[in-house]
Write a protein that binds this ligand. Structure first.
Ligand SMILES: Nc1nc2c(c(=O)[nH]1)N[C@@H](CN(C=O)c1ccc(C(=O)N[C@@H](CCC(=O)O)C(=O)O)cc1)CN2
Length: 355
């Protein structure tokens, strides 16, 4: 991937491009693995007629050997030019792929092009590593800032670690969504600067699912960042699910991949600690939650997702906090899901495109 962009220190594409590089290397080293998967998939389809029905309109397939079509996603970001959509759609069609969805964004007065396509294809006809190479050829032609492909049924799930402090409502929501298969990630571990009793719901859940819990005690003088970096070195991105320690620029540079935070306030209002109380004291009529990329400056990274709810004179601080907590857990899981589905792209110096 050429010239990965980034949000500040740890850019989304920095992380994904490394992830993409690692995947490409693995695929190059093990093309037979893909062929084996493709053969297994097509063999499986042959023995299970129901899979033969995964055909698409517009092309009559030979009923005796219908391919098993699998979904893929491709995101692209480059300087705008005439004919990009044609080139990208032809890249898919030329290998028998079929586009099911296509989003394009070309901002006014800004000569950049963003697209996200969802397509289905036959991995026997268009092997996974060839998909990467074909899109990479177009990326090089246009000097793309980003070009990333994901094939969820073949590619490894993103590895993430979750960091939290005392409150665990965001963690619980993420674990439940993950358990329901609604968060396509592998949770490698949970890290907290607060201990938790072994017989709590959260700790029993983690133990049941084999997810390690690391208590890393911190002080104002020692944030234990080197220990945390060691624990998260093999992840693709980090999630701060109410982690109440400010991460240093050195940590973010050392980690070098994306860190996503949930702030229980409607940024850029009420940055820092206790945003619900700040909002209550300010007499707001809307409260919210904001999921954003973490940069060295506190609560100032590019926003990924926001959710709001009305409040009134009938609310008190307790209902402000409760409504904020309900919003933030939903906001965080939606942001993580969007990120995993390649819907989030860097836009300008501190914004995002979210398809
Ligand atoms: N470099 C960054 N680190 C963190 C960010 C960020 O945007 N950039 N977000 C925070 C989460 N957060 C709000 O969402 C937040 C966390 C902590 C504080 C704060 O004032 N912390 C105190 C200590 C509080 C405590 O120990 O209980 C402090 O560090 O002095 C404000 C907002 C996560 N990290």
């Amino acid at each position: 991937m050429s010239g990965a962009r980034s949000f500040g220190e740890s850019g989304p594409w920095f992380g994904l491009s490394r992830c993409g590089e690692r995947l490409r290397r693995r695929l190059r080293e093990r093309p037979t693995m893909i062929r084996r998967i493709s053969e297994r998939v097509s063999g499986f389809a042959t023995n299970f007629p129901i899979l033969k029905s995964s055909r698409f309109h517009g092309e009559s397939l030979d009923s005796s050997v219908s391919p098993v079509l699998i979904p893929g996603v491709h995101v692209f970001h480059c300087q705008d030019a005439v004919g990009i959509v044609a080139k990208l759609s032809d890249c898919i069609a030329a290998k028998g792929g079929n586009i099911l969805g296509y989003d394009v964004f070309v901002p006014e007065n800004n000569n950049v092009f963003y697209s996200r396509s969802e397509f289905i294809f036959d991995p026997v006809k268009w092997p996974r590593n060839q998909v990467d190479e074909d899109f990479q050829t177009i990326a090089q032609r246009y000097g793309a800032l980003n070009s990333v492909v994901r094939v969820p049924s073949i590619d490894p799930k993103y590895k993430i670690a979750l960091l939290l402090s005392k409150q665990d409502h965001c963690l619980v929501e993420m674990l439940h969504k993950w358990q329901d298969g609604k968060l396509p990630v592998d949770i490698t571990c949970v890290i907290s600067n607060h201990e938790r009793a072994p017989n709590t719901h959260v700790m029993r859940f983690l133990e049941r699912h084999g997810i390690p819990y690391h208590y890393v005690s911190t002080t104002k003088e020692n944030k234990r960042e080197d220990d945390i970096l060691e624990l998260v070195k093999d992840t693709d991105f980090l999630v701060l699910a109410r982690y109440m320690q400010i991460l240093s620029g050195n940590f973010l540079k050392g980690y070098g991949k994306d860190v996503i935070n949930i702030h229980h306030g409607l940024l850029p209002s009420f940055k820092g600690g206790y945003p619900a109380k700040q909002a209550f004291d300010a007499g707001v009529k809307l409260i919210g939650a904001t999921s954003h990329f973490v940069t060295e400056e506190l609560d100032s990274g590019p926003i990924i997702e926001q959710m709001v709810e009305s409040v009134s004179h009938r609310d008190n601080l307790r209902s402000f906090v409760q409504k904020s907590e309900d919003l933030e857990k939903k906001c965080l899981t939606k942001a993580i899901k969007s990120y995993c589905e390649l819907r989030v792209l860097p836009y300008g110096t501190n914004k995002t495109v979210v398809f």
